[in-house]
Design a protein around this ligand. Structure first.
Ligand code: SAM
Ligand code: SF4
Length: 446
């Protein structure tokens, strides 16, 4: 299983592994030893399809070599590039056996059988009427870091159609898993020793799953129910859309200590005209007000965001408005990208595409400001005692690593049995992307 892209793909790869296990497949790390190779692809970055074809070329050599030794290899392309390119993959790489979109993973055993029977290629990129989560087997191996933190997909797809984004076309319409199925999976994961769960969804806070009472539950309701699970110490969710930040979710940040005070809430731009062109459905001031409300509910809340620089039509004044929003809000961390054309999306054909050199210049300035803010945020915790959830060994001997409530990696010298525990750490130093500290006796609650 070769996985590219977001955490949701990592989760999906684990589910595909689960669905194939009853057929006798178990994961291997060396493609040359694999009877089946699944390339789980990502379409969000530039030239995604080209990267897939070049990897397929490499995998073909392995497939041919195994064939020469009398071993068959099933080669499958899954994920968002499979969904977007469909038939094109079989045209350009006819040696591929299976092409399957993200909503069809529960049908994988059927496709494997079909490919074996027919000897030709099988393609499944429709959005099936049934929900894949109703048909996937129970998650066997949660995606965990040393069995301490895990991801759990609760929502998929998107109906928002931002001008620049392929997700509504590759992941399909928004859909939420029923509450009972999420809670059952969460309980199993926690029973296996996991202390922190991150709920995943392209628009996770648009969650509207069928509740046990027959009504529709929001993400906040789900969070309250998850917080009741004994042993589950930390809950996070990503990625959220500002438009779906309901009052009850803001209140949950006040009420639930387990809901961690770090929120990835992408704003993309600080210019109202660009936000309108992006079809984001909110203004820069809406975002500022939302952040104020969140910080009133949970004063230690830190924020992260995504930014797109150089969306078609972005002027110097629009860019300056983004810089101003960053100065006003203050981000603990952020991802920033140059706008790049995704064929088939509304912005792809828009006039006034911004020149690459100008995008570079703006991105450089924006990243410098974000870096300053990230360093300042990390400096602000030096001298504090923070509760750190330990997840594993650091690079140096005797060193252990964990995460603060604000998702900062923290290194300490300590014993191996720290893993899986939350311990107070006095933060003493900032490195470029992590913190260093000492274990102490008392913890000042986050
Ligand atoms: N649903 C999330 C939201 O609305 O904020 C974002 C999901 S998207 C998978 C992750 C990020 O990729 C986006 O927030 C955006 O910043 C970036 N992205 C998406 N399409 C892009 C494009 N065409 N060019 C540059 N960045 C892009
Ligand atoms: Fe893409 Fe997020 Fe916009 Fe949906 S809300 S279209 S996933 S950027």
């Amino acid at each position: 299983m070769i996985t590219w892209g977001c955490q949701m793909n990592v989760y999906d790869s684990a589910r595909m592994t689960d669905v194939l296990r009853p057929l006798g497949y178990t994961p291997v790390t060396d493609p040359a030893a694999a009877e089946m190779i699944i390339l789980n692809t990502c379409h969000i970055r530039d030239r995604a399809a080209e990267k897939v074809f070049s990897e397929l070329g490499r995998l073909r050599l392995i497939k041919d070599e195994r064939e020469a030794q009398g071993h068959k290899t099933v080669l499958a392309v899954a994920g968002c590039v499979a969904q977007a390119e469909g038939e094109q993959i079989l045209k350009r790489a006819p040696y591929v056996d299976i092409v399957l979109g993200p909503q069809t993973y529960h049908r994988l055993p059927e496709m494997v059988a079909k490919a074996a029977r027919a000897g030709g290629s099988v393609i499944e990129t429709d959005f099936p009427a049934e929900q894949k989560f109703d048909f996937l087997p129970e998650a066997e191996a949660p995606q965990t870091v040393e069995n301490v933190t895990a991801f759990l997909t609760v929502q998929e797809g998107c109906d928002k159609f931002c001008s620049f984004c392929v997700v509504p076309y590759t992941r399909g319409a928004e859909a939420s898993r029923p509450v009972a199925s999420v809670l059952a999976e969460a309980r199993r994961i926690v029973a296996s020793g996991v202390r922190e769960l991150t709920l995943l969804g392209q628009n996770v806070n648009a969650y509207h799953g069928e509740g046990p009472d027959g009504g529709t539950w929001t993400l906040a309701q789900l969070a309250y129910a998850l917080a009741e699970i004994p042993g589950l110490e930390r809950i996070r969710y990503t990625t959220s859309h500002p438009r779906d930040m309901g009052d009850d979710l803001i209140a949950a940040h006040h009420d639930l200590p387990a809901l961690m005070p770090f929120l990835h809430l992408p704003v993309q731009s600080g210019s109202d005209s660009i936000l309108r062109a992006m079809n984001r459905g909110h203004t820069a001031d809406d975002y500022r007000r939302l952040v104020d409300r969140l910080r009133t509910a949970r004063p230690d809340l830190a924020l992260s965001s995504d930014f797109i620089i150089g969306h078609p039509g972005e002027t110097d004044a629009d860019f300056e408005a983004t810089m101003q929003l960053i100065r006003d809000v203050g981000f603990a961390q952020a991802f920033s990208f140059k706008y790049s054309i995704r064929p088939g999306t509304p912005a792809a054909g828009a006039p006034l595409q911004v020149k690459e050199a100008l995008k570079d210049e703006r991105l450089y300035a924006l990243q410098a400001l974000l870096r300053e803010q990230q360093d300042a945020f990390n400096d602000s915790v030096i001298g504090d005692v923070a509760p750190v959830l330990f997840t594993g060994h650091g690079r140096k001997p005797g060193q252990m690593v964990g995460r603060s409530p604000w998702l900062q990696p923290v290194h300490v010298d300590g014993p191996a049995d720290l893993v899986g525990t939350i311990r107070p750490v006095l933060i003493t130093q900032r490195l470029s992307n992590s913190l260093v500290g000492n274990l102490v006796e008392e913890c000042v609650p986050a």
